[in-house]
Design a protein around this ligand. Structure first.
Ligand code: GLU
Length: 553
């Protein structure tokens, strides 16, 4: 077969050559040891936490070696594409302080772009045409039915499933037969003519796993689909070569494809980059470990952490603890440094899938938040609320001072910084009574009632307190003590403990009843300050609401 003639028949319009591409995309001029890494998602609009993890690792490896980190959009599967998906990816990673040096809409197009695979058709076709000229690619006209029949036969015979050897019928077509089919516009894909032998091995070397022997690829895989768009395998080889990636960081589901990729690099005459196959983030289901699933687990989505109000810093910190086993130890020794200063080590990455541990994330986050200043908390809560809790946002804008006071009240309990919040939504659950509009508060409040108080006792306490809230008095606590004493509540806790039978309760019981009626909660920061924030009129309204609901509780 005259392969040149075949290549001209299949790609009459394609003129470039691989050596021209080599010139157009020259080796990057970077210091020795600098990594060129990339993040290569499909634009589905869904950002998996595992994607963030991979992007964080890739970007860190590039940063810490003075390399380049770029974004490539793998949009060869048009069915999965979502409008605005690319921007979504860029923005959500930016939120996690992961910044690309190059990528679609980000600059660098003139250097190594385009960065969207759908815009690189010509580049892929130049390369396939050359492979065809060298006798390593051929058109395949098999229909889906024919491919299914091959599969069926292979299943029955219990042999390897795929297009290879005697099953690869289009390998044997003559030039004339091909020409005839092309003339008749019969659709075709272009396949690799694999020179591989299953009994020979390729050695795959991984910084985490060491070297692994795998059988050579012997399947005639599809390089270009019938629309001229490449498959992942081929696109990855061409793109990582011409974008000059030096370290491909990707999920370990691709590790088994290494022999395919290595063969394609070799046949194209390219040096293969290094690979780091990272293990996925897993979840325990019963007693089995499985991958975090987009469909089943809300925590698989990066958006979940944003909605819940986990600070970006906490999530990153947690992912670092997964990425390198020595991270926590390092941080304990360097308390004044942040994750940004940590040097990630390839050899300390986990080999098997790390378990996603929500409790651990919560702990990391509590610790992280406790170290934030009040100002920083305020900023973070505001930007979270603007998107996810509009009632709170309105409140914060309208009552700036009270909002700030609330954060201060929560943050410092006595002299100790509190560590009871892992995400902003928790803080807001704790303080819903402060910012919810009255109607919403009434619809949603649930009262944390202590069994030790009878309904009659609570009714009496609230009715009495309602007569005078003492909110104008600087001596609020003194006033309520007097009121309590008249009603039979001991003003002094110590005395009460000595003779509990002589009283209805202590002053703190009376305060608890008022607190529950006003806020719904048994605990709150200083009740007087809280009521001042809520305002006298609304406090009255809440006491009335409580009385109305009390006997149906
Ligand atoms: N687009 C591929 C994926 O979705 C990327 C794999 C790679 O990073 O090479 O998994």
């Amino acid at each position: 077969m005259d392969y040149h003639k075949l290549a001209e028949l299949i790609f009459p319009q394609i003129n470039g050559t691989i050596s021209e591409l080599e010139e157009r995309y020259p080796k990057r001029n970077l210091p020795e040891g600098a990594f060129v890494t990339r993040f290569a998602p499909s634009p589905t609009g869904f950002m998996h936490i595992g994607g963030l993890y991979a992007a964080m690792i890739s970007s860190k490896l590039a940063r810490q070696t003075g390399g380049v980190f770029y974004l490539r959009i793998e949009d060869t599967d048009k069915k999965r594409e979502l409008e605005g998906g690319v921007n979504e990816i860029i923005q959500s990673l930016k939120g996690y302080h992961i910044i690309f040096d190059e990528g679609p809409f980000l600059g660098g197009e003139k250097n190594y772009g385009p960065y969207k695979q759908s815009e690189r058709k010509n580049i892929y076709q130049i390369c396939v045409k050359e492979l065809m000229k060298a006798g390593y690619a051929y058109p395949c006209f098999c229909t889906t039915e024919e491919l299914n029949a091959i599969r069926q036969e292979q299943e029955n015979k219990k042999v390897d499933i795929g297009y290879y050897g005697k099953y690869a019928s289009c390998r044997k077509l003559t030039y004339e037969e091909i020409e005839e089919k092309v003339k008749n516009k019969i659709p075709f894909v272009v396949r690799l003519k694999s020179p591989g032998d299953y009994n020979k091995h390729v050695t795959y070397c991984d910084p985490i796993r060491g070297s692994i022997q795998m059988p050579e690829n012997f399947m005639d895989l599809v390089l270009l689909k019938s629309d001229g768009i490449p498959t992942y395998h081929f696109a990855h080889v061409i793109d990582d070569h011409f974008m000059r990636t030096s370290l491909v960081v990707r999920g370990d589901e691709w590790m088994a494809s290494y022999p395919i990729h290595k063969q394609m690099f070799d046949l194209c005459g390219f040096d293969a980059p290094n690979f780091l196959h990272i293990s996925p983030i897993m979840k325990m289901e019963g007693s089995t470990k499985r991958k975090l699933s987009k469909r089943k687990d809300p925590e698989a989505a990066v958006s979940y952490y944003l909605e819940q109000g986990f600070p970006v810093e906490s999530v990153k910190e947690y992912l670092l603890t997964i990425a390198n086993s020595n991270y926590e130890e390092w941080h304990a020794l360097n308390p004044n440094l942040t994750g940004e200063d940590f040097v990630l080590s390839l050899s300390k990455m986990p080999i098997s899938g790390a378990l996603f541990d929500m409790d651990k994330l919560m702990n990391v986050s509590r610790e992280m938040i406790s170290g934030f200043s009040i100002d920083f908390c305020e900023q973070q809560i505001l930007s979270w609320a603007e998107k996810y809790e509009p009632d709170l946002y309105q409140f914060a804008i309208a009552h700036e001072k009270q909002f700030r006071e609330t954060i201060g009240l929560w943050k410092m309990s006595g002299k100790k910084v509190r560590k009871d919040i892992a995400k902003w939504s928790e803080l807001m659950q704790m303080f819903d009574y402060l910012y919810k509009p009255e109607e919403k508060f009434e619809q949603t409040v649930t009262y944390e009632i202590d069994e030790k108080y009878t309904k009659e006792q609570m009714k009496e306490a609230i009715e009495e307190y309602k007569k005078n809230l003492f909110l104008d008095s600087k001596q609020w606590f003194e006033e309520i003590k007097v009121l309590g004493e008249q009603m039979g509540y001991c003003p002094n806790i110590k005395d009460y403990k000595k003779h509990p039978q002589d009283f209805k309760g202590s002053i703190s019981d009376l305060c608890t009843i008022v607190r529950v009626a006003v806020t719904g909660h048994k605990n709150s920061p200083d009740l007087y300050t809280v009521m001042k924030v809520i305002g006298e009129q609304n406090v009255q309204r809440r006491l009335d609401h409580f009385l109305k609901k009390l006997f149906s509780l």
